[in-house]
Ligand binder design. Structure first.
Ligand SMILES: [Zn+2]
Length: 243
């Protein structure tokens, strides 16, 4: 009688285990996130900072009168910045690592693809809500005499101004001591900066409408100097925060 009782208990335990296993499999199949979302930031568990190379894909951004395009230069500066950060032990994530835009779909219009791209960048920031977001761009203006790097900060986080000021000062020191531009609040029509909640800045690294700066931007040495200046500015910001 006792043997039957033990066997029944073992049978019941095996049944419960099987049901739990089945429920686990069903849960995995039905409710887990698509694999693509999990592997998007593969290899990076918790970055300290996000680098956002502006534009990409069909959207080349601004261009110089001679045809120098903004998007690949933004990416080049961003990749250099990532390497410099890695060298000093700061782990970063790039919103794009090649010349493609984000979330591109052939059936969408140019305008819809642009919005999808910006929303993907926003989603990247939302995945790491505490991490500062550095968006890398180049400027353009009608009058060619305007020049000089300038940092714009998002209105949504108290730290954004501090971050922008540290970066502005480092860019002045590193690139052009006569640059008297100051960190400025982002204009209201800049979608990404208006929607991001983390400390966020747009770094306009120079003017593609200015012949002098365009000539320098063509050289890897100058792009290296830009990346190094941003890296220095970011470490100053960390110091100010006591990190
Ligand atoms: Zn741009």
């Amino acid at each position: 009688m006792r043997i039957y009782f033990i066997q029944a208990r073992q049978l019941l335990a095996a049944l419960v285990l099987t049901i739990m296993l089945l429920l686990g499999i069903i849960n995995l199949c039905l409710f887990s996130k698509p694999l693509s979302e999990d592997v998007f930031y593969a290899g990076i568990t918790m970055p300290s900072v996000l680098i956002d190379p502006g534009h990409g894909g069909l959207d080349g951004g601004a261009s110089s009168p001679g045809g120098l395009i903004e998007a690949p230069l933004n990416l080049d500066i961003s990749l250099r910045l990532r390497d410099l950060f890695a060298f000093i032990g700061i782990q970063s994530v790039l919103t794009r690592e090649d010349d493609r835009s984000l979330g591109y779909r052939e059936e969408l219009s140019i305008r819809e693809n642009k919005r999808a791209d910006l929303n993907a960048r926003l989603a990247c920031s939302q995945s790491y809500p505490e991490q500062p977001f550095l968006s890398i761009h180049l400027n353009k203006y009608v009058q060619p005499e305007y020049k000089g790097a300038q940092v714009f900060y998002s209105p949504n986080h108290a730290e954004s101004l501090t971050l922008a000021s540290c970066l502005q000062e480092a860019l002045r020191k590193g690139l052009d001591p006569s640059n008297d531009r100051r960190a400025k609040l982002t204009p209201e029509n800049v979608y990404l900066m208006q929607h991001i909640a983390a400390p966020a800045v747009t770094i306009e690294c120079g003017f593609l409408s200015n012949p002098e700066e365009t000539a320098m931007l063509r050289t890897p040495e100058y792009r290296k100097k830009i990346a190094a200046s941003i890296c220095c500015g970011y470490t100053e910001y960390l110091k100010e925060r006591g990190l």
